[in-house]
Design a protein around this ligand. Structure first.
Ligand code: NDP
Length: 385
């Protein structure tokens, strides 16, 4: 029995993880499940899986959670500290699927505890990559990538020496506005932006996919996960989302991982690694798909990708500022306070006006994150919708 904890159990990745775990009850035992405020979803999942502990990050939800779990032996707790404690309970396998910077401390707690951490919360590596990976090395924690692109790269790294890798190519669907003119992009609504053509995901990552910031965050994530330089990381737009990423070797071989766009495949790979497990995912039918298309990304219509590339090249505090400003800008866009094209502009201006020294600890990263958020929030006020 693998003892499993899911951070962000009520989200898109969290529920896909639960789906796999519940299909193999003889293989997995749930230690802890966490959410922010979705008490009903969390309680349902905890009762179904007979979890030991259920935690809501929002302290105001504690009584509601206690009521929902009344009569069961499941412990109910609340608050950000309780989420970190759940992360550090020593499960064999932890899914890190909280969205955004809110996941940083819980991810760190899991990495410091050992076992295996399956990482979906890309923002943790974007903002604090060196600090997180160093913590994993020190504790002997196995860090497995869940993001479909990084999971694909991980599968394509065949054990050849790292210096024989020429390039890592992250594929991007291009999002819902791949063919939309810059002029038409002015009026994009939140509903249009979260309607991803291939993947069903949470709101924040869906908007990131629409601006291509998601691919930018993934470049930074890849830099921290794999032994390559920033200039060995490329992005290729591939609208069908069948090839999830590729590794090119010095001999000219290019290895790719393919599959239908269903997060349960990379999650299952991380759950069963180094073995593999059955999933209910639709099987890939290449004859039916017929053709696979690829094109260069358009850095003019999708400036967020360029900003992320520049932040990666500059290093230091730049990726954390990029990420913080993006979270603020995306939240403002979803709330109807800024236009779609202003998301990248807010990130650009925040980066231009704030340039602190490289953070050396998680506390320093979080202080930079807080300051960048405050500055981005000020910039949001300049926007008139
Ligand atoms: P969702 O928005 O669907 O879910 C987010 C989860 O985090 C929910 O369980 C939510 O709880 C919880 N949460 C939100 N805020 C807080 C907080 N302040 N403290 C504690 N928990 C919180 O996101 P996704 O599942 O789409 O994405 C999760 C992460 O995985 C993101 O970093 C994303 O970039 C990454 N990812 C997602 C993919 C996908 O297919 N969805 C693919 C690859 C990576 P509640 O429900 O109560 O709000």
């Amino acid at each position: 029995m693998k003892r499993v904890t899911i951070l962000g159990a009520t989200g898109s990745v969290g529920t896909s993880t639960l789906d796999l775990i519940e299909r193999a009850p003889d293989q997995f035992q749930v230690v802890a499940l966490t959410a922010n405020s979705d008490v009903a979803g969390l309680a349902r999942a905890a009762l179904r899986t007979n979890a030991k502990l259920a935690v809501v990050a929002d302290p105001a939800c504690l009584q509601q959670l206690r009521n929902a779990l009344a009569g069961s032996a499941i412990e109910a707790r609340a608050g950000p500290e309780a989420v970190c404690e759940a992360a550090g309970m020593g499960a064999d396998w932890t899914m890190a699927a909280i969205v955004g910077t809110a996941g940083l401390r819980p991810v760190m707690a899991a990495l410091e505890t050992g076992g295996t951490v399956a990482l979906a919360n890309k923002e943790a590596l974007v903002s604090a990559g060196e600090i997180m990976t160093a913590a994993a090395r020190t504790a002997g924690t196995t860090l497995l990538p869940v993001d479909s692109e990084h999971n694909a790269v991980f599968q394509c790294l065949d054990g050849t020496a790292p210096e024989r890798v020429r390039r890592i190519i992250l594929t991007a669907s291009g999002g819902p506005f791949r063919e939309t003119s810059l002029q038409d992009m002015q009026g994009i609504s939140p509903a249009q932006a979260i309607a991803h053509p291939n993947w069903s995901m949470g709101a924040k990552i869906s908007v990131d996919s629409a601006t291509l910031m998601n691919k930018g965050l993934e470049l930074i994530e890849a830099f921290h996960l794999f032994p390559v330089r920033a200039d060995q990381l490329d992005v290729l737009v591939h609208a069908q989302s069948v090839v999830h990423s590729m590794v090119e070797y010095v001999d000219g071989s290019v290895l790719a991982q393919l599959g239908t766009p269903d997060m349960r495949t990379p999650i299952a790979y991380a759950l069963a690694w180094p073995d593999r497990m059955e999933t209910p995912c639709e099987r890939l039918d290449l004859a039916k798909i017929g053709r696979l298309d690829f094109e260069e990304p358009d850095y003019i219509r999708f400036p967020a990708l360029k900003l992320a590339r520049e932040a990666l090249a500059a290093g230091g505090a730049r990726p954390a500022i990029l990420n913080a400003a993006n979270e603020v800008a995306v939240a403002a866009f979803l709330a109807g306070a800024v236009k779609f094209l202003e998301i990248a502009a807010i990130v650009y201006d925040t980066l231009a006006r704030y340039d602190p020294a490289a953070p050396q600890s998680l506390d320093a990263v979080l202080a930079i994150d807080a300051e960048a958020r405050a500055r981005a929030a000020e910039r949001v006020k300049d926007c008139v919708v």
